[in-house]
Write a protein that binds this ligand. Structure first.
Ligand code: CA
Length: 422
């Protein structure tokens, strides 16, 4: 086990109970203050640790890091150093923040400058994303959608249990948590009409997803095996793949998602490393039928990460669903092996969405489409109002927590407010 994951570790930096960012987490992100340009940082409790400052003061001496590696607008150059080197940096940060280490703790001037209160920073996109792929890997979600729109007896299409179905998304509209989203417009075909109308989306939805970020460039023509896949995965974020269900229903045949999906996708700002998630590995669901050899794998490849979806803000928050990343039928290693089996290359900073994560029962579904069964069974929010889909002015927040042995690792909020159409 990595020393930084020891549940007994305590930090000299205050970490309030229920914080997403204890010393066992140490996620990486890009932040900006009023006085500094955007640079790399690590979250600890209610503070951001400025990695540029620590580097310049010699706290990373001996790690062989290239000059300026943290003084960047995006984390791409840092994560391109690879899992091992990034892991060494996380271990060193952990060491500096441990209550029994006085290097930074007893250096009052350095401490003041290195730790910035979170309310004084603006989080930026952590990576520049060259490619975005979205999978469809939750059996419960695919079954619910197939039941609703096709045939309950054959809800899953024949390919679904043989390969992780996915599509290529768009990167230009991926935004950081807190970015407001205008309701999309487009073509909608109402059920009682022969031809489509042009309208603001009437069935705006969220999709509860997680996404992983790759940290290697692979050669065109080569493939990544399930065994080597993890070397290429730096960490994970929460992803809300906003979806316009009425636009989707009309446009998706025969080539799949297009304008119903590419108007916006929101990610959480902190990349939680696979190193930090190591203690939360669990077995995945049993796969039957047996997969082809290139998709077979050994060991625990799923992760126990509790997820929740909230509509509203502050006192008006309503938790509308609780799910878990462990429900994924296809794991990340299988997704990468499948993605590259044809010779498609990976790039540093690529984002790979899991697909909507629904659990087995009502109350654990990952979209309004499923929660209200396409609007037929509206839900009540705590303020007394009803929702079939998402309304203008609604804020939707995704949260993710991995908890075990008294350690609670969170992702920070993945939040977005819906504004009226432009
Ligand atoms: Ca999706």
């Amino acid at each position: 086990m990595s020393k930084a994951n020891n549940p007994k570790l305590k930090s000299w930096v205050e970490v309030p109970a229920g914080s997403d960012f204890p010393i066992q987490n140490l996620p990486f992100g890009i932040f900006k203050t009023q006085y500094l340009t955007a640079v790399a940082g690590v979250a600890i409790g209610k503070h951001v640790l400025d990695l540029v400052y620590l580097y310049e003061k010699g706290f990373f001496d001996g790690l062989g890091l290239p000059p300026g590696i943290f003084n960047q607008e995006y984390l791409n150059p840092f994560i391109a150093l690879g899992r091992k080197k990034c892991g060494e940096v996380r271990e060193r940060v952990s060491e500096l923040l441990r209550s029994d280490n006085d290097e930074l703790q007893n250096n009052v001037a350095a401490r003041e400058l290195a730790l910035i209160p979170m309310e004084e920073v603006e989080m930026r996109m952590p990576v520049q994303i060259p490619n975005y792929t979205d999978f469809y890997s939750s059996e419960e979600h695919a079954t619910n959608v197939g039941t609703m729109f096709r045939d309950p007896k054959n809800a899953l299409l024949p390919n679904w249990k043989h390969l992780p179905v996915g599509y290529h998304g768009r990167t230009s509209s991926i935004v950081i948590s807190g970015t407001p989203i205008h309701r999309p417009k487009g073509q909608i075909k109402l059920p009682d009409s022969e031809s489509p109308i042009f309208s603001a989306c009437k069935k705006l939805d969220f999709e509860l997803e997680m996404a992983f970020i790759t940290c290697a460039n692979t050669a065109l023509g080569s493939s990544v095996s399930t065994r080597d896949a993890e070397d290429n995965i730096f960490g994970m974020v929460l992803l809300n793949d906003w979806s316009a269900r009425d636009i989707q229903t009309w446009e998706y045949v025969p080539l799949g998602p297009f304008l119903a999906k590419n108007f916006a996708s929101t990610i959480s700002p902190w990349i939680v490393t696979m190193d930090a998630l190591e203690p939360f590995r669990v077995e995945g669901p049993k796969q039957n039928p047996k997969v082809l050899p290139y998709l077979s794998y050994e060991g625990k490849k799923n992760y126990d990460i509790g997820l929740e979806i909230v509509i509203g803000e502050g006192k008006n928050e309503t938790v509308v669903s609780k799910s878990n990343f462990k429900y994924m039928y296809w794991n990340m290693c299988q997704q990468l092996a499948h993605h590259t089996i044809n010779g498609c290359n990976l790039q540093v900073g690529d984002l790979y969405g899991s697909g909507t994560i629904s659990g087995p029962e009502k109350g654990s579904y990952g979209s309004m489409l499923e929660i209200t069964w396409n609007g037929k069974e509206p839900i009540k929010l705590n303020d007394g109002s009803e929702r079939r889909f998402i309304e203008d002015g609604d804020t939707v927040t995704l949260r993710g927590i991995a908890a075990k042995d008294g350690v609670r690792i969170g992702f920070g909020d993945c939040s977005g407010k819906i504004l009226p159409s432009l």
